[in-house]
Design a protein around this ligand. Sequence first.
Ligand code: SAM
Ligand code: SF4
Length: 483
Amino acid sequence: MTKRLYIDTVGCQMNVLDSEMVVADLRKRGFELAGDLAAADVILFNTCSVREQAENKTYSALGRLRSFKKQHPEKIIGVMGCMAQKDQKLVFERAPYVDLVVGPGQLARIPDLLDEVAAGKGPQMAVSLGRREGPVEDIKRSHETFDPLRDPTMRPTPFQAYLRIQIGCDKFCTYCIVPMTRGPEQGRDPEQILAEARVLADQGCKEITLIGQTVNSYKHTSGGRTTRLADLLHSLSQVDGIQRLKFVTNYPKDMTDDLLQAVRDLPKCSPYLHVPAQSGSNSVLARMKRGYTVQDYRETFSRIRATLPQAAVTSDFIVGFPGETEEDFQKTYELVEECRFKNSFIFKYSERPGTKGAELYADDITYEVKNRRNNDLLALQNRISEEDSQRFLGERALVLVEGPSERELKRRAGGVSPLSHGDVVQLTGRTPDDRIVVFDGNPRLVGEIIPVAIYDVAPHTLFGAVVTEHLSGAGFQPALQLL
Ligand code: SAM
Ligand code: SF4
C-alpha cells in the first residue's frame, strides 16, 4: 500500500538538498508526497540550529502536533537535520510523542528506522559522533551522507539543482553550531561529483549550484593528486547540458586567484560570489575567530573586483555579537558602504549552546540594540542594492525562467479563471549573477534561458519584458501544466 510523506524543510541549501535525498529514498520504498500534514502517514521536520528562533519554531510546530498524535497514534513523527543532531534525546524529552530523531549524517537510515517504528519497536534515534567522540576517521564516517539519489520533483525547479561537494566544517567560528552538527570538513570525491552532475544534466538540469559550508576551501586528494574547486569547475564546465555553474558559500581567506580566474574564463560560471564578512571590526572578528582581519577581507574584495569587475558580491553580517560596541558596529556599517554588496544577509547574534562563543562570552547586547543595528544595516544595504540595480535599467539580461512569480501563484490560489492557450502570466527567473527578474510571458518559457529587457528596478528585483527573438519550440514545457 502507498504510504504518504509530509516533509517540512527549514534552513540552508544543505537542508533543501537533504530533504530531496530523503524523499527520493522513500519514494523508492513506495512513499508518495502528501500535500498537507493531516493526509500524511509520516511527518518529517528537517530542522535548523543556526539561530535559536529556528529551533523555537520547530518545537512550537511539534507542540501543535501533541493532540494530533493522540488522535492518530499510528502516524509517525520524525525530526531530522541539525536540531536532531544537536538536541538528540532532548527532542524526545520536549516532545515525547516524537518517534524518530535522525542527524544530518545518518539520513540514509530513515527508511529502516521507519520500519522499526512501524513494527512497534518504539522511538528510534540515529545521530553522528560528536567532535570528540572517537578517532577522527570514525567521526568523519558517521557524518557522511548517503549516496546521492536525485528526485527532480523535489528540486526548487527541475532545471536547477544543488550539488554537495563538501560535508561539514572545520573553521569553528565561535558563534556557529555547524561544525558540531555537520561534523568534520570532507571534500567529496571529484569522480562522484562529476557522475552526479551528469545524472542531473540527463534529467534536464541546466543550472547547478555547488554547495559546501566553505565551498572554496574544497579539497580532495587521491592517488597523490589534489583537486580544488577551480579544477572541479573546469571539469564540470565540460558536462553537456549544464549551462550555469554557481557555488556557495565562500570563506574570504580561501578565495584564491586561480578560482577567480576560473570564474572569469569559464563561460558557464556565474559571476556571483557570496563571501560573508560577518563584521567590519577587527576585535569582533578576532572574538568570532574568523581567521582574518578587515584588511584581509578588503584585500580579498579588491582581488575579486580586479579579476571580476562586474561580478555580484554578497555577504553575511552578524550584529550584536558579544561585546560589539557602537564603534565596532560603525566599522561594519562603513565596510558595507565601501564594498557596495549586491545584497547582505543580516542576522542578530543568537547564542548557541555548545559553541565556544556561548562558553566564552556573555550575550550582553540587548535585543533593542541588536534590532536597531540590524535595521540600520538593512536600510543601508537596501539603499545600495537599489542603486546597484539601477545600472540594469535599459539593459538586456539573460534569464533562466524559474516559474510563475509568487504574486501569480497567490492570484491562481485565489481562484482566477483557469489558464487557456496563449495566456500570459507573471513569471520569475534569475540572471547569471543571481538577480531576480520578474516579467510577463507564456508559461511555456519556464526552463528556458531568454533575453529580458529591464525597464524598472527595486532593491532586490528587476522588472522587464521578454525580448522576442526566434524561440525554438523544442524542449518547451506544456504551458497548462505549469500552474
Ligand atoms: N558556512 C557559511 C559561512 O561560513 O559563511 C554560512 C553558515 S551559516 C548557516 C549562515 C550564516 O548564519 C552565517 O554566515 C552567519 O552570518 C549566520 N550565523 C551563524 N551562526 C549564527 C549565530 N549564532 N547567530 C546569528 N547568526 C549566525
Ligand atoms: Fe559556521 Fe564559520 Fe563554518 Fe561558516 S565557516 S559554517 S560560519 S563555523
